[in-house]
Each structure stands twice: as C-alpha cells, then as structure tokens.
Design a protein around this ligand. Sequence first.
Ligand code: SF4
Length: 416
Amino acid sequence: MEVAEKLQMLIKDANFECEGGKSLSARSVQQLKEQRLHESIYHAKVHSGTMPLLKTLLTNACIKNCRYCPIASYCDHLVVSFKPDEMAKLFMAMHKSGLVSGLFLSSGIVRDPDTTQELLNDTAKILRSRYGFQGYIHLKIMPGASFEAIKEAGRWANRISVNVEAPNEHRLKVIAPDKSFQSEMLPTLQNISKVITQKRMEWLERRKAVHRIGKGWMADLDEIAKLTVPSVLSSTTQFVVGAAGETDKELLQTTKHLYQQFNLGRAYFSAFRPICGTKMENEKAENSIRERRLYQADFLLRRYGFELDELIFDENGNLPQDVDPKLAWALKHPECFPIEITKAEREELLRVPGIGPETADKIVKARKEGILLTTDDLLRLGIPLNRASPFLTLRGKPLGKKSPKEIITTEQLRLI
Ligand code: SF4
C-alpha cells in the first residue's frame, strides 16, 4: 500500500467515519486512492477562523475492545501503521506544501499505554528537534499512561488530551468494558493536570526572566533567545454522547468537576453515531441537537457564571431540546427580567438570552463612552434584539413585546 493510501486510512479512522453504510473492512483501497488528500484535512476552529490540521492516527491497531470503535481489536479491519520518523517526515512534506499548519496525533493502543505514548511523543520530538517545527501539535494521551510519559508529551505538544468518553465508571463500562474510569481515566487526568501546572509555572518563570532581560537586568541577547516563551500547554477531553444511556446532568456534573479539579481547558461532546462492524452498529444514533445543547450549557458554566444547579433539566436529567439552556433559565425566572440595559451589571447582561460575553463587554464599553441612546445604537453594537429585546428595557421602556410562548416558537423555528 502506498504512503498516501495508508495515511488516508488513518485519517479516516481518526475521524470514525462510516462510509455509505459499508464496514471499514469493506472499504476498498481503490476508494481511498480516489479521494484526494486535501479533502481529508481537518479544519479546527480557532479565534481567527480555522486552522488546517493533519488529524490522524499513528496506527489503527488496538488491543482494546471499545464497543463503539471501528478499530477495536475485535473489528475486522486492515491494520496500517507509521513509525514516528515516517509520520514526522510525511507531516513536514504536507506542511511545506501548505496543506496543513498543525498536527493532531492520536493512536490505537499497541501493547500498553506507555509504549504507545512514547511513539506519539517521539513523533512530536522529531518534529520539534529534527525539523525545527514550531507550529501547533496536539497529542492524545493514552488512558493509563504514566506521569513520565505524559510529562514528555507536554514537553513537545501545545495541547494534550485524553478522551474520558463517559461521565463515570458505570457508563464507561457500557461502551468500553475493558477501561476503568476510576483506575485509568482519573489517574491520567490527575497526571495531565500535574504536568499542566508544572508547565504553567515554568512558563511564568520564563516570562519573568524575559521581562527582567527586557528591563536590562540581563543584557545578553543569547540569553533572550534561550528563553523564548512557549505557548501555555492546555488540555481537553471528549465525551461520546448518547451511547451509554448517560444523562446530560451526569455529563455536565463530570465536566464541571474536571474543570475545577483537573485543570481541564475544554470539554468536547460528540453525538454517538453507530459504525458498521462494531458491537454497537445496531444502536440508535444520538440527536445532534443534544450535542449542541450540551455545548451551550458548557458555555454557560465556563463563561457566563452559571452554576450547575441553575441549569434547567427535565425529570430524566436532560436539558430541554426545544430551547437553548439560557432561554430555558430565563423563562423559568421572569422575576429577574426585564433588566435596564443602560444600568445592568455585566453579570446581569450575561443572563439575557442572546447576549454573550463579547456583547456584554461592548454594552459596558458603549455606556462608558456615552452611547446606548437608541435602539439603533443597540443594533449598531450587534445586539441580537430579536432574542434579547423581550428581556430588556431601554431608559425604562420595554424593548420587545414578544411573550415567552412566541420566543419558544421562534427558537423552535430556528432549530428547524
Ligand atoms: S482504546 Fe478503544 S476507542 Fe481507543 S482506539 Fe482502542 S478500541 Fe478505539
């Protein structure tokens, strides 16, 4: 098999795709040949737009038996692998041709977590030290990897992540019977957190040193070069949503715990899709609206100052799907509205449906500058009045006349 075809296979497996109802083993090499490489590039969302990444596995061999995974050891699939130096060389060729600007590297587990982690770490090390690659590298951490192996990953990567997959032991057993939340996932998260804390302290020390140099306490330019400040290492995790019968409340409880106790930067939610050839191929796919509601609730917890017990869950512990979590909260709390836009604190503005942190900041800034006299001013600031106006007054006058029922109907129409 040619290098490009091998890479296409590993990219596909990294994205867990099921093509046209065919099992992975039935996917022909010819199909892969026909697909051009640039069509497989993953475009990650970043502040300034998107960043093209080579998101791939190092190998699609795995000793584990996760029931939803197309490369689990029980699956009949063609196994392909790259060595670290082969992957590094391939990546650099793609980088030089302008196809990708960063690498997101994962792997099936071969032999044991540390052996696999070393292969991933070696790839990143080769990129940094042999090729001098300074760009973005995201390395997956294998569940159960040792502190030393994770520390080494943190030495070369900008971001490290472990997929915890489910919110607790009981749910994890449903989808990954030979993994343990308590004895594998939590210790791995703890070690990631330790590595991140160490890296942050190192980073702060370096910043201080660069600052001192800038102030002329150390005048040697070579010293400055040695102390180039790297970006701060961050960590993420991913949950498979809807595969283990878990509730939204369970997912968000665990997410919040990981933010508070384990230095987690961000949680991702991926709606379960059954993949042909796996033990869960006949299970129902999860609704993508659920995934969206979880992201919205996660934002409320991380960036809007909401507490978990303020979120509205139904009797089964799930978020309502017909309205977003903030609108659900606002409709449950009519006593908090309307709020006066010319006076409200930033925290109060953040409770208004349609107003996010950036919009709240714009409103506060505009008020300081003496703006916010008319509804046109609000529109010029980009405030989504169709959603926010029923909850606001401007100089004592209501901005909108919609009833809660009309708001829900509009939200449902938006969904359709
Ligand atoms: S550990 Fe589980 S989810 Fe990860 S590659 Fe192996 S079988 Fe798939």
